[in-house]
Design a protein around this ligand. Sequence first.
Ligand SMILES: *Cc1c(COP(=O)(O)O)cnc(C)c1O
Length: 379
Amino acid sequence: MKLATKLIHAGAEPDPSTGAIMTPIYQTSTYVQEAPGVNKGFEYARSQNPTRKALEEALAVIENGNYGLAFSSGVAATDAVIKLLAPGDEVICGNDMYGGTYRLFTKVFERFGIKFHYVDMHDASGLQAYMNEKTKLIWIETPTNPLMNICDIAAVTALAKPKGILVCVDNTFASPYLQNPLDLGADIVMHSVTKYLGGHSDVIQGALIMKDADLREKLYFIQKSCGAVPGPMDCFLVLRGIKTLHVRMRQHCENGRHIAHWLRNHPKVGKVYWPGFEDHPNHAIAKKQMRDFGGMISFVLKNDSVEEARRVLSSTKIFSLAESLGGVESLINHPASMTHASIPREERIKNGLSDSLIRLSVGIEDVEDLEADLAAAIG
Ligand SMILES: *Cc1c(COP(=O)(O)O)cnc(C)c1O
C-alpha cells in the first residue's frame, strides 16, 4: 500500500459496537471486568486505551515499523528511550539538536551516571572515535534543529549494528512523509508528534516506533511503569492530523523551497540553512535519504546584527513569533532566546548557532503572502 492510502486508513477500523468510521474518544480510566482477571484486553487506561491503540497502530504503519507507542510529549518519548540504559552506559549524540533533548540529557540523565558524547555527526565515520564497549545508543536528529545539518542514517547504522549499539532517530523535522529511518537500519524512530504529525498546533504528544518485538516489550514496560501516556482526546486529534500529512507536507515542501530561494537572493540576508540547496554540505545525503527537503529554514541577516534580527522577529504579521513548528500556520522563532535557550551560550556559539539566527517553520498559507510578509519585515 502507498503512503497516502496508509495515512488515511492505518489503524482506522470501524468501531465494533456502532460502526462509527472515526475511532471514538474512549474517555475512561478503567474497564469493567467480567470476573477477576477476565477482561476484553483492557484493564486500566495507563496500560491500554482503545483510542491510543488505534493511533499506535497507525504510527507503526506509517513509519514502516511493527509497533508504535504514544507518549504524553516528545521529550517523554526520548526519556523512555534513555531509560533502556543503566548507569555507566554511554550515548553518542549530535552537538546540534533540539534544546529540550540537550537539557534532558545534561541536566537529568547525566546525574544518573549516563555519559553523553555531543559530537559533530556531519561525517558518520567520525563517530567511531567515540565508540567503545560501554556505548549502548546513538541518538540521531536529522535534519537538526535549528541548523538543518544532515546525518547519514544508513552509514551510522552500518557502524552501530555489528557492535550491537542501538540507533534511535528523532524524525520530527522530516516526518514519515519525507524520511523513514527504520528502512535505513535504525532500531527506533522518535517523533515529537506535537509538530508535523499533529500538524495543527493543538496537541503535545510524542511517539516511538520500532520493528523488534523485544524492544517493543521493554519500551512498553517503561511506558506503563513510568506513566507518560497521552489522553484519548489527544490521540484522537493526532489520528485526525495524520490523515492529511501527505497533503500538508507537499505544500510545506513547495512553500519551503520557494522561501529558501527567495531568502537566498535577498540582498540583506546572509547564510540560509536549508538541506535542499546543492551547496548544503550534506545535500547528497539529504537527497538520498529524504523524499524532499521540508518547510524548516534558518537564516541570518548579512550584518549578523542581533538588534536587526529582533526587529525582523517582531515585525512579521503572518509568521507568528512562537516556539514549536510543523503546524499549518507559519511561525518565526529566535532559537538563542526561545527554543535553544537551555543550551549555554558558549556551547551554542561553538556549534555555529549564532545569536542572530532566525528559524522559520513555513506553513501552508499562500506563498505569495508569506514572501510579502518576510519582505516587509526584513525591509
Ligand atoms: C519539539 C521537539 C522535541 C520535543 O517534543 P515535545 O513534544 O515538545 O516534548 C524533540 N525533538 C525535536 C526535533 C523537536 O522539534
